[in-house]
Design a protein around this ligand. Structure first.
Ligand code: 5GP
Ligand code: ZN
Length: 113
C-alpha cells in the first residue's frame, strides 16, 4: 500500500525508532508515547484493522501478540503491561494499518478512558 503511513514506516521511507523486525512483523516507538513503554507492533502485511482481518490473518495477528510479549520481556515489564487495538472512531483509531499498542512502565487505569 503506497499511501499508508505505517507501510511507509515499515519500508523505511518515513523514519521511526525501530524496536524489532523480522519477516512478518515490525515494531517501533509511538511518536506520542502514553506510557514509558509505548511500542506499536504491526504486521508487515497491510491489514486495515482487526475487523477487516480474515481467518488467513489469524496466525499473523497471534504472532504480533507474541512479539509484544517478547518486547515486554526485553523491557523487563514484570509488573505488567497492556496490549490494545483501537478499532474505529469511537476507540480513537487514527491509522488504518493494523497495529497493536504495547503500553507499560506505569500503573495503567481500568477502565481505560
Ligand atoms: P491509533 O490511534 O490508530 O490506535 O494509533 C495510532 C498511533 O500511531 C498513535 O498512538 C500515534 O501517536 C502513532 N503515530 C501516528 N503517526 C506516527 C508516526 O509518524 N510515527 C510514529 N512512530 N507513530 C505515529
Ligand atoms: Zn499499511
Amino acid at each position: 500500500m503506497t499511501d499508508c503511513l505505517f507501510c511507509k514506516i515499515i519500508a523505511g521511507n518515513i523514519p521511526s525508532k525501530k524496536v524489532y523486525e523480522d519477516d512478518k512483523a515490525f515494531a517501533f516507538e509511538d511518536i506520542r508515547p502514553q506510557a514509558p513503554t509505548h511500542v506499536l507492533i504491526v504486521p508487515k502485511k497491510h491489514i486495515v484493522d482487526i475487523k477487516e482481518a480474515t481467518e488467513q490473518d489469524a496466525e499473523l495477528i497471534g504472532y504480533c501478540n507474541l512479539v509484544a510479549a517478547k518486547i515486554a520481556r526485553e523491557r523487563d515489564l514484570k509488573h505488567g503491561y497492556r496490549t490494545v487495538y483501537n478499532v474505529g472512531p469511537d476507540a480513537g483509531q487514527t491509522v488504518f494499518h493494523l497495529h497493536l499498542h504495547l503500553l507499560g512502565g506505569r500503573q495503567l487505569h481500568w477502565p481505560p478512558g
